[in-house]
Design a protein around this ligand. Structure first.
Ligand SMILES: Cc1cc2nc3c(=O)[nH]c(=O)nc-3n(C[C@H](O)[C@H](O)[C@H](O)COP(=O)(O)OP(=O)(O)OC[C@H]3O[C@@H](n4cnc5c(N)ncnc54)[C@H](O)[C@@H]3O)c2cc1C
Length: 487
C-alpha cells in the first residue's frame, strides 16, 4: 500500500512512464479547466495511460492510496464533468493516448476502437470502408469516443440514428478496483441478464473508465437532399417535421431549427449568410439515402412546396454542390462559436415532447422577458429530437461567471419548471457533471436518487470515480420511506 502522495506519484510514474504521468504545472494546465472556462480545478497529476493494462495499474495505485480519478476524453463537455475539484487530491486520467482503432467489420457493419479515439478519426475509419459512424457533433474534431458514451452524446444525427447509446453494441471498462469489465460484443441481440454496459453510457465517469467500444455503423449515403427553409410559422414546427418524415419515407436525417436571434448573433460574429430568413427564423433539413434510386430531392422539394403553399414557409435554398451544402452545415455548427464571440452564453439544454416545442419556446421567451427584458436569447435546436438549446447571452459588460451564476439562480428554476410541466427534461444532451449536480438532487424523485446512489455504491464503494460529478460529494441519500417505495 502506498503511504503518501509523493510515493504514489512515483509509483504512477513507474507504471505509466514519464509521459504517462504529468506533474509539471505548465503541462497540466490544459486539463484543469473546462472548455467553457467556467471552472478550474487542481490535480495531483495528469495520468495518460497508453494501454488498458496501464489503466488498470493506475486505477489500483490511485485507489490504494485513497485518492480519486477524474476521467477525461477531449474535455469538450458542457457541464464540468471532466474538471477536477480544487482540493488537489484528485488525478485527471486522460484517455488521449489510448486511441487506436481495433477493427472495422465491413459486413457486420461495426467498428471497435479504444475509448480515447477522437470521434472524427473514428468517422474517417468508417468512411474509408464505405460506411458511416452516425454520430456527429460540433466538437467531433476533439471529443473522444469514451467521452461521447459517458455523456450519451446526441448531436446532429439523432433524428435518424438516435443518441450515442443507440449506437453501442459493446463496452470494455476498468472498474474502480482495477478489474476489467469486458463486454466487447458485436451482437444486436443478447438478453443474457442485466445489460450492464448501459450503466456506463451516460455514466459521466462515475462507475469506471471506459477503455473500449464497439459501435454500429450504417451504409454510406450516396444521395443527400438538403434545404435551407425560411420559416414563417414557428407554431407549425411539429407538423412540418411529421410532413418531412412522411414525405421522405422516413429518410429525414436532420430537422434543425434556428431562430432569428441565433441567426442575428451568427451574422454579427461572422458575416451576413445571404440566406432567406422568415418571421420564424430558418430550418436546415436533410434527407439521405444509401441508394441512388431514391428520388430524395423531388421528395424534399415537394414537401417544401406544400409548406410554401400553406404559408408555413416563404422561401427555400437547395444547395447545388457539396461545398454549398457544407457551408450550410458549418453555419449551423458554428452557432455556439457565434455565441462565444457575442460574449458567451448561459446554456439551457431543454427537451420536451416534439409537439410541445413551440409552446415551450413561446412561454420560455415570455418568462425571460418578464425576468429581464434586456436579456438576449439565442434559440436553436434539434427539433426532430424534441431538443431546444435555449441560451441566454451574457449581458454586454457583465462578467461571464457572475452572469452565469445570476441567471442560473434566478432564471433556471422557472425554465426547468416549464419543461417539467410539459413532461420534459432540463438536460437533454449535456448531462449533469459538476455544474448541475445539485439540480439533480433537488429535482429527481426519491426512488431515482435512491437507485442512483445505490448503483454508485455498488460499483465504487471507496468513492474513487469522479467524486462530485453527477451527485454532490456530500450527497447521502436517505433510505426510501416505505410509503414512498410503494407509491
Ligand atoms: C462546439 C461544441 C458542440 C457540441 N455539440 C454537442 C452536441 O450536439 N450534442 C452533445 O451531446 N454534446 C455536444 N457537445 C458537448 C460535448 O462535446 C459532448 O458531451 C462530448 O460527448 C464530450 O466528449 P469528450 O471526449 O470531450 O468528454 P469530456 O468532456 O472529456 O468528458 C465528459 C464526461 O465523460 C467522462 N469521461 C470522458 N471519457 C471517459 C471515459 N473513457 N470513461 C469514463 N468516463 C469518461 C468525464 O469524466 C466527464 O464526466 C458539444 C461541445 C462543443 C464544444
Amino acid at each position: 500500500v502506498t503511504r503518501n502522495l509523493a510515493q504514489t506519484l512515483t509509483a504512477l510514474s513507474h507504471a505509466l512512464g514519464p509521459s504517462g504521468c504529468l506533474t509539471d504545472p505548465e503541462r497540466m494546465t490544459g486539463y484543469l479547466t473546462d472548455q467553457r472556462q467556467l471552472a478550474t480545478g487542481r490535480a495531483a497529476a495528469i495520468l495518460r495511460p497508453a494501454s488498458v493494462a496501464e489503466v488498470q495499474q493506475a486505477m489500483r495505485i490511485v485507489a490504494g492510496a485513497g485518492l480519486a480519478l477524474v476521467p477525461q476524453g477531449g474535455n469538450t463537455g458542457y457541464v464540468g464533468g471532466a474538471t477536477p475539484d480544487s482540493g488537489g487530491r484528485q488525478l485527471v486520467m486522460s484517455l488521449e493516448r489510448l486511441n487506436r482503432l481495433r477493427a472495422v467489420d465491413e459486413i457486420g457493419m461495426t467498428l471497435a476502437a479504444d475509448a480515447g479515439m477522437i470521434l472524427a478519426d473514428a468517422q474517417a475509419a468508417a468512411t474509408s470502408k464505405g460506411l458511416v459512424l452516425p454520430l456527429s457533433l460540433g466538437s467531433q474534431g476533439s471529443c473522444r469516443l469514451g467521452g461521447n458514451l459517458s455523456t450519451n452524446a446526441g448531436g446532429l444525427s439523432v433524428l435518424r440514428h438516435g443518441m450515442a447509446r443507440d449506437l453501442v453494441l459493446g463496452i470494455e471498462a476498468v472498474l474502480p478496483d482495477g478489474t476489467l469489465f469486458s463486454d466487447m460484443q458485436r451482437l444486436r441481440k443478447n438478453n443474457a441478464g442485466y445489460d450492464l454496459k448501459q450503466l456506463f453510457i451516460g455514466g459521466e465517469g462515475t462507475l469506471g473508465i471506459i477503455t473500449g467500444v464497439v459501435l454500429k455503423l450504417v451504409a454510406q449515403p450516396v444521395v443527400a437532399a438538403t434545404a435551407w427553409v425560411a420559416l414563417e410559422e414557428t407554431g407549425a414546427l411539429p407538423r412540418m417535421l411529421a410532413d418531412l418524415r412522411r414525405e421522405t419515407a422516413d429518410l429525414a436525417s436532420a430537422f434543425e431549427y434556428i431562430s432569428p436571434d441565433a441567426l442575428r448573433w451568427w451574422g454579427a460574429a461572422f458575416d451576413d449568410p445571404g440566406l432567406p430568413v422568415g418571421a420564424g427564423g430558418a430550418l436546415l433539413i436533410e434527407a439521405t439515402s444509401s441508394s441512388a434510386l431514391v428520388p430524395l430531392e423531388e421528395m424534399l422539394t415537394a414537401c417544401i412546396a406544400g409548406w410554401i403553399e400553406t404559408a408555413l414557409a416563404s422561401d427555400a435554398v437547395v444547395p447545388q454542390s457539396e461545398a454549398q451544402r457544407a457551408r450550410l452545415w458549418t453555419l449551423r455548427e458554428s452557432i455556439p462559436e457565434a455565441e462565444k464571440i457575442a460574449g458567451g452564453s448561459v446554456k439551457f439544454d431543454i427537451s420536451v415532447p416534439v409537439p410541445d416545442i413551440p409552446a415551450f419556446v413561446k412561454a420560455g421567451r415570455a418568462l425571460v422577458a418578464a425576468h429581464d427584458p434586456g436579456l438576449r436569447l439565442s434559440v436553436y435546436g434539434h427539433v426532430g429530437d424534441g431538443n431546444v438549446h435555449f441560451n441566454v447571452l451574457v449581458p454586454a459588460g457583465e462578467d461571464r461567471l457572475s452572469a452565469s451564476q445570476r441567471i442560473e439562480t434566478a432564471l433556471a428554476p422557472g425554465l426547468y419548471d416549464l419543461a417539467h410541466g410539459m413532461g420534459g427534461s432540463y438536460t437533454a444532451e449535456y448531462g449533469i457533471g459538476r455544474f448541475r449536480a445539485t439540480v439533480l438532487t433537488e429535482r429527481a424523485d426519491p426512488s431515482r436518487l435512491h437507485l442512483m446512489s445505490g448503483v454508485r455504491q455498488l460499483f465504487d464503494p471507496a468513492g474513487v470515480m469522479n467524486p462530485g460529478a453527477m451527485l454532490p460529494v456530500d450527497f447521502v441519500h436517505a433510505p426510501l420511506a416505505k410509503e414512498t417505495a410503494h407509491e
